[in-house]
Design a protein around this ligand. Structure first.
Ligand code: AMP
Ligand code: ZN
Ligand code: FE
Ligand code: FE
Length: 291
């Protein structure tokens, strides 16, 4: 059991995690966490179920989601936290997320076409079956190519076919960071840039990106994350200080797809203390948003 700890970044089977939304919350409670957010990619579908379980378990639940955006340094991810329930603004967010999911479907169909044109007997339906109701993506096409014996492993599948320079690569048209932030802000959420140090950008470049996107309403940086080392955390804390941003933290738990990442603990050393939540709550109060 860990005490006075929280986790503001987790995924369930509503996107690409292996646990149901209810199980994510159950496991969070069992681990002793005081606060848990569910932040599935491009969907709000798991939130009601997770919130219901949090009520049963007596732990605080934060409604969230994660949206990807395109930058010159790769995908930047934005977490919306405290997404209100059932307002007209949230309906608009749902619609925007639906459009993002539709673009992914079209991209996946195009990848299947490309692979078939290259002579492989694969279909979108087979990829969807492998995904088992979760988000369908390139990893599933990689698995299909492995199963066909077309490549020796996933790495080769990405290098030869599915990666940026691959023969069946089809880019996904992603929102800009400003669009992603605005989508979440307009729904009434607090917006944090997820795992900023996973971007292939130097601190100077990250500084330049933040200068561009903070005015869109970015509230926070996810300084504490399973893939951030102590130096990354320090750099995020310094950037947040410079830009007047809050701090958030979470494990990015996915269940089996990321077996070494545990709820609230990340790879073992992660601890996001309750005071991070209290500071965010105070900030939301100051902004008149409430919690
Ligand atoms: P998608 O969202 O469908 O474009 O797929 C993105 C996912 O594919 C990422 O989350 C990674 O898990 C995986 N992926 C992307 N590039 C590579 C790569 N070069 N090697 C292995 N896996 C990759
Ligand atoms: Zn994910
Ligand atoms: Fe992410
Ligand atoms: Fe994530």
């Amino acid at each position: 059991m860990i005490h006075d700890c929280i986790d503001l970044h987790t995924h369930s089977s509503a996107s690409d995690g292996s646990d149901s939304p209810r199980d994510v919350v159950r496991k969070a409670a069992a681990a002793g966490l005081n606060v848990i957010a569910l932040t599935d990619h491009d969907t709000l579908d798991g939130l009601d179920e997770a919130e219901d379980e949090a009520q049963k378990q007596g732990i605080v639940f934060v409604r969230g989601c994660e949206i990807s955006a395109a930058t010159p340094w790769g995908e930047a991810h934005f977490l919306g936290l405290w997404i209100p329930r059932d307002s007209a603004a949230v309906k608009r967010l749902e619609k925007a997320l639906g459009a993002i999911r539709q673009k992914r479907l079209e991209r996946n169909l195009a990848i299947a076409d490309r692979l078939r044109a290259l002579g492989f007997g694969v279909s979108y339906e087979q990829a969807a079956e492998l995904a088992g109701g979760r988000i369908v993506g390139r990893p599933h096409f990689a698995e299909l190519l492995c199963l066909l014996g077309a490549v020796k492993d996933r790495k080769e599948a990405f290098r030869t076919y599915l990666g940026r320079d691959g023969l069946a690569f089809v880019p996904r048209r992603l929102p800009t960071p400003q669009e992603a932030i605005t989508m979440l802000k307009e729904a009434g959420a607090l917006v944090s840039m997820a795992h900023p140090r996973l971007l292939r950008a130097s601190v100077t470049e990250l500084d330049a990106l933040l200068t561009e996107i903070v005015p869109s309403g970015l509230d926070a940086l996810e300084a504490y994350h399973s893939e951030h080392d102590a130096g990354d955390v320090r750099e995020c804390v310094e950037l947040a200080d410079r830009f007047g941003l809050q701090l958030t933290g979470g494990s990015d738990y996915h269940g089996h797809p990321k077996p070494n990442i545990a709820l609230g603990r990340g790879k073992g050393g992660l601890r996001v203390r309750l005071h991070v939540y209290n500071a965010l709550k105070a900030y939301r109060d100051r902004c008149g948003l409430g919690v």
